[in-house]
Write a protein that binds this ligand. Structure first.
Ligand SMILES: Cc1c2[nH]c(c1CCC(=O)O)Cc1[nH]c(c(CCC(=O)O)c1C)Cc1[nH]c(c(CCC(=O)O)c1C)Cc1[nH]c(c(C)c1CCC(=O)O)C2
Length: 339
């Protein structure tokens, strides 16, 4: 088998036009996703049923022929394996039982292997059913981002509850992040062993941290995960996405050991190019350009291709595709990239 495109870029090769996939590419903007979700009954029923999860992962590949498929699941399956009362309220996002400092030492990861077995089964199924040339991306949440939901019990605009928790209870915070790093690494190892070509670590809330907590919460636990994953799978290819981290992204690759650095749309071209001299980057179109379409979309795509197309690049959005993105605009994006 020839090495798949995404993996070649993760090894530092430049491919033009660049391989492309979109974060949250399986989702509510697709009528076929909405139909399968309806049949499944709920979001978690989709995540834990290999038939449904395989189907929705394949939907955007069939429709658009992206270069990579991302496993359909969620970062919150880890707190779910810890029995944190995860449920999804329509239109409100995830809810969990907020964790208290004194509960952290009692968290029990022993259920995780059994609980996550259907997700691992989905990975194996996907590798068999995907076209030979399509890369398969596994993923998990970074410890800090998963911790923010476990602490607040829901999404917040600035993760104030988790930040305060860290300042008031630094030992418990360190313990929680360590546990999530161990569990996340074990989970990624199983995904890679089941057939994922690479994995992405989502640190969607890295951007609310100051310099010291970024180092302690975003860099150190992710470095630990990368180390643990590589001890089991020496050539593991890993994408680190620390959204909103700005200038703190400089040095992130070296400190954590990830192969590629994911960029959100606020990262300036000069910084993106500097990061690209050290290895692959992924990103970074503003998802709202995809909603607007037309000139806004074309200009955004062209700027990335012109500015970053001569180095190792995985084309992506700077964050997930939104439910209101028109399908015709996704088609226009792909045409603009591939010609
Ligand atoms: C923070 C976070 C979560 N989940 C995830 C993150 C990190 C990335 C990011 O910042 O977007 C990651 C995630 N969530 C989902 C994927 C699937 C793979 C993909 O296509 O990218 C991935 C990689 C499916 C999903 N995860 C969720 C949906 C929507 C559920 C539905 O069908 O109603 C999907 C398709 C639900 C979810 N899950 C989460 C939230 C906050 C929500 C609600 C937001 C929303 O409703 O859009 C937690």
């Amino acid at each position: 088998m020839k090495t798949r495109k995404l993996v070649r870029v993760l090894e530092g090769e430049r491919i033009f036009p660049p391989p492309v996939w979109l974060m949250r590419q399986a989702g509510r903007y697709l009528p076929e996703y909405r139909a399968t979700r309806q049949t499944a009954g709920g979001f978690l029923e989709l995540c834990y049923n290999p038939d449904f999860a395989t189907e929705v992962t394949l939907q955007p590949i069939r429709r658009f022929g992206f270069d990579a498929a991302i496993l359909f699941s969620d970062i919150l399956v880890i707190p779910d394996a810890l029995d944190r009362g995860l449920h999804f309220v329509q239109g409100e996002g995830p809810k969990l039982t907020p964790i208290r400092p004194d509960e952290i030492a009692r968290l029990d990861p022993s259920r995780a292997d059994t609980h996550l077995a259907p997700v691992i089964a989905t990975v194996a199924r996907l590798r068999k059913e995907l076209p030979e040339e399509t890369s398969l991306i596994g993923f998990c949440g970074a410890p800090w981002t998963v911790a923010t939901y476990m602490i607040a019990g829901h999404g917040t605009p600035d993760q104030a509850p988790a930040r305060l928790f860290g300042y008031r209870h630094p030992d418990e915070m360190e313990q929680l992040l360590y546990l999530l790093a161990e569990m996340g690494a074990d989970y990624l190892i199983r995904q890679l062993q089941a057939g994922a070509d690479c994995v992405q670590i989502f640190d969607s809330w890295a951007g609310v941290l100051d310099e010291a907590t970024f180092e302690a919460y975003a860099v150190k636990p992710v470095a630990r995960m990368v180390e643990k994953v590589r001890a089991a799978v020496p050539d593991a290819k890993i994408i680190g996405f620390a959204k909103g981290a700005g200038s703190l992204l400089n040095g992130y690759r070296q400190k954590t050991g990830v192969n590629a650095v994911g960029l959100d749309w606020t990262v300036p071209m000069d910084q993106a190019r500097a990061l690209q001299t050290e290895g692959a980057i992924q990103g970074n179109l503003d998802p709202l350009r995809l909603i607007a379409g037309g000139k806004a979309l074309d200009e955004g795509v062209d700027r990335i291709l012109e500015g970053l197309g001569d180095g190792p690049l995985i084309f992506n959005l700077g964050h997930g595709i939104t439910p209101d993105a028109p399908i015709a605009h996704v088609e226009a994006l792909l045409k603009r990239i591939r010609g």
